[in-house]
Design a protein. Structure first.
Length: 265
């Protein structure tokens, strides 16, 4: 998702990306009769080692929903052409409509385009950054939601739609096209992708819950119990310092809220 990250161009090796996406893409979610969220897997995702995988410091220029003083800040690394990310976007928007408004959660979105599978995702990410440059944080969120809403995923969005979305969210289309064609936002996307890799991302979506306070023993026990009972142990990892929780894949909304509720106990 390491402070003072270098801003050089980063390209994730295709083999690593492909392996990560196979892992992420193999995970889909359903519910038991008991109503508990369960991860059903064709392949078991490798547990992420997070003792050194720390997202970079959140900057004022980043895209944030909610109050960063909230008990939980979720830093998400995502790919606009990933079908699982499309599902996760819906869950996160719903989460912010409730837990965000209550001041319990903040959401930071960062780009992690999987170039080996989704060649269009990087330019779409740049489009959202152009929206931010032209219209601020509000336009960023409007643009990225427009992309997720309209793309069928897996490189299915026609790039000609991007200026149409820009107009729909209230941007100057001429300025938007100039920004996008210039490639000036490529470095921003590259830097976030590099940061995601250092934070442990190998597939998408990959999220890190940054905790305002270190988990107590009782909180850790509550989170662990919920995760175990929900069948999500392969997708959720508590860091060794108890300051963050990694969510690997598109967890159901009930799973995300369940972990947050367990932290509050």
């Amino acid at each position: 998702m390491t402070h003072n990250q270098e801003q050089s161009v980063y390209y994730v090796p295709g083999a690593i990306i492909l392996a990560g996406v196979i892992i992420a893409g193999a995970v889909y979610f359903s519910n038991k009769g008991s109503g508990e969220p369960v991860a059903q897997k064709a392949n078991t995702p490798a547990k992420t080692t997070v003792s050194a995988g720390i997202p970079s410091k959140i900057l004022e220029s980043e895209h944030v929903l909610g109050n960063l003083n909230a008990p939980v800040t979720i830093i998400e690394y995502s790919d606009t052409e990933c079908p699982f990310c499309k599902r996760h976007q819906t869950s996160m928007n719903t989460l912010m409509d409730t837990y965000g408004k209550d001041g319990k959660v903040a959401w930071v979105y960062r780009h992690f385009p999987l170039d080996a599978l989704h060649s269009k995702a990087r330019k779409e990410a740049e489009a959202t950054e152009c929206a931010a440059e032209l219209g601020g944080n509000t336009k960023f969120w409007a643009m990225i939601n427009a992309i997720y809403t309209n793309t069928p995923g897996n490189n299915g969005l026609d790039a000609a739609q991007l200026p149409i979305f820009a107009k729909q969210v209230g941007l100057d289309v001429s300025k938007f096209n100039t920004c996008l064609s210039s490639g000036k936002m490529a470095a921003t996307v590259d830097a976030q992708a590099k940061d995601g890799a250092k934070a442990g991302a190998r597939g998408t979506p990959y999220s890190v819950m940054m905790l305002k306070n270190t988990l107590s023993k009782s909180q850790e026990s509550a989170v662990t119990s919920f995760v175990t009972q929900s069948g999500l142990t392969a997708n959720v990892t508590i860091s060794s310092d108890k300051n963050r929780i990694v969510l690997n894949g598109a967890l159901p909304l009930a799973a995300i809220t369940g972990i947050i509720d367990a932290i509050e106990k």
